[in-house]
Ligand binder design. Structure first.
Ligand SMILES: Cc1cc2nc3c(=O)[nH]c(=O)nc-3n(C[C@H](O)[C@H](O)[C@H](O)COP(=O)(O)OP(=O)(O)OC[C@H]3O[C@@H](n4cnc5c(N)ncnc54)[C@H](O)[C@@H]3O)c2cc1C
Length: 451
């Protein structure tokens, strides 16, 4: 049995998970002179940041499609990266595409409704995501574009989602337009709305590692190789007197100075023993996604790299043609379009045969790419059970409390699913570095761990 040790423990810090958050935490703690063991349930590191290479010569990723030159430098992969050639987003609505954001700003009904919100502001603060989006964008743009996308993506009515969902859209229109202009002038895919932890500027642009996004975690893993234990799911986290003191792996108790989890937050109540402080996180929901990677003859088939499709008759809500921005991801003369479909585990799309899913997407895609049926070469499907955190109003207060603490001393929950936050890899990286440094300081001083 594990007992609470002295204030300054000689046991290692245990990290649970070998995605970018776990690996970054491990590296930062080692750099700060602490002993670390990282347990990864799967056979390799990477988590959601993994890449697939198919025999036909196409490369596609599960989650992350782009990183920045700044993250590539921090994780040691910049030399392996190529600059993303161009990047743009459009919205497909009423049979035509609108550039984001400039094209939407030219639609009179969107502009009129947005001005009406500014000239007659509503009283009080927003009560739901639907309310906040209508206030910020005007009812026309919110009801026709933002809210249908939000509902497809989260699987819940926008009136039941917290206003904080809109925090995911960090930059104002003016800053977005400025950065897009900088992209044109510098011929670089300047990152817009990608990272909230570090400033946006014309000097931060998208890059992509030659061998795929998985290179990022492989590079971090090389720095902490001696600390990593693969195929080692953490079965339990032991809490004694309100403090995390160890874990159980393969039936063996391992003492820990602190435990850092990157598992989805709603998993923690199931594996934490010795307290019910985490029970409130059991209700938190993640939205599963089905990604249908369609192989096609041709190139530059979509209006831009990414096309948002808010209309309900389409099975997907987003299409991404990564070879427009990164031509090397598909053989010459061919392309790859990834269709994102929001799902629930076991529902029609989740359970559908891969071939049938491809056919359904192609049937819908012909509205945007008329030659899609003729040029279709087959598909590969990736299913992600915990793709997006759903900010439901039912547990909004608990979500806000999680931002400061799990409620258990020396138990940190970090990373995208651990923090239950809509964050991309660069935010995960900088937030983790900051929290790991603070943990190291507190462990060395014996103070209670507050992050
Ligand atoms: C659709 C989509 C698109 C995205 N696009 C981008 C993008 O373009 N750019 C970008 O930067 N980011 C993007 N992201 C976000 C990015 O993928 C994530 O922020 C990042 O990969 C999260 O890393 P993580 O370490 O927090 O979690 P994960 O990668 O989920 O890692 C958690 C790890 O913990 C392990 N684990 C779980 N339970 C246990 C256990 N009990 N014991 C041991 N190990 C365990 C898992 O096996 C996993 O390896 C996207 C995400 C999604 C879903």
């Amino acid at each position: 049995m594990i007992t609470t040790g002295p204030e300054i423990s000689t046991a290692p810090v245990v990290v649970l998970g070998g995605g970018i958050a776990g690996l970054t935490a491990a590296r930062e703690l080692l750099r700060n002179g602490l002993d670390v063991v990282l347990y990864e349930a799967g056979p390799s590191v990477g988590g959601m940041a993994d890449s697939h290479h198919d025999p036909e010569g196409f490369t596609f990723d599960t989650g992350a499609h782009f990183i920045t030159n700044r993250l590539a430098t921090a994780t040691g992969v910049y030399e392996q990266c190529r600059a993303v050639e161009s990047y743009g987003e459009t919205v497909w609505l009423g049979g035509r595409s609108y550039d984001y954001p400039a094209g939407l700003l030219r639609v009179p009904r969107f502009v009129r409704a947005a001005i009406a919100e500014r000239t007659h502001p509503r009283h009080g603060s927003a009560t739901s995501a639907a309310d906040r989006f209508r206030r910020e964008f005007g009812t026309a743009l919110a009801d026709e574009i933002a809210l249908p996308l939000l509902e497809a993506w989260s699987g819940a009515p926008a009136t039941e989602l917290a206003p904080a969902v809109a925090d995911k859209i960090p930059s104002g229109i003016a800053q977005t337009v400025g950065l897009k202009l900088a992209a044109r002038l510098t011929h670089r895919a300047v990152a817009v709305g990608y990272c909230q932890e570090a400033p946006q500027s014309a000097n931060v642009w998208h890059v992509y590692p030659e061998r795929g996004i998985s290179a990022v975690c492989e590079s971090l893993a090389a720095d902490v190789a001696d600390s990593i234990r693969l195929r080692s799911p953490v079965e339990a986290i032991t809490v004694s007197d309100g403090r995390a003191v160890g874990v159980r792996v393969a039936g063996r108790e391992v003492p820990a100075a602190a435990v850092i989890s990157t598992a989805p937050i709603n998993v923690l109540p199931k594996i934490v023993e010795g307290t019910d402080a985490l029970e409130r996180f059991r209700a938190f929901r993640f939205r599963p996604m089905v990604f249908v990677n369609l192989r096609l003859q041709g190139r530059d088939l979509l209006p831009h790299t990414m096309t948002w499709t808010p209309e309900a008759q389409l099975p997907f809500f987003r299409l991404t043609e990564t070879p427009q921005a990164m031509p090397w991801l598909a053989p010459e003369g061919k392309t790859l379009i990834t269709a994102d479909i929001g799902a629930e585990i076991g529902d029609e799309h989740w359970s559908m045969d891969d071939g049938e899913l491809g056919e359904r997407c192609i049937d819908a895609l012909v509205e945007i790419v008329p030659s899609a049926r003729r040029d279709y070469l087959g598909c590969r499907v990736v299913r992600a059970p915990s793709a997006y955190p759903v900010f439901h109003l039912d547990y909004e207060l608990d979500r806000q409390r999680l931002a400061t603490s799990t409620g258990v001393d020396r138990l940190l929950s970090i990373g995208r699913n651990g923090e239950f936050a809509h964050i991309l890899m660069e935010d995960v990286y900088w937030r983790t570095v900051r929290r790991a440094r603070r943990l190291a300081r507190e462990l060395k001083s014996g103070a209670p761990v507050s992050v």
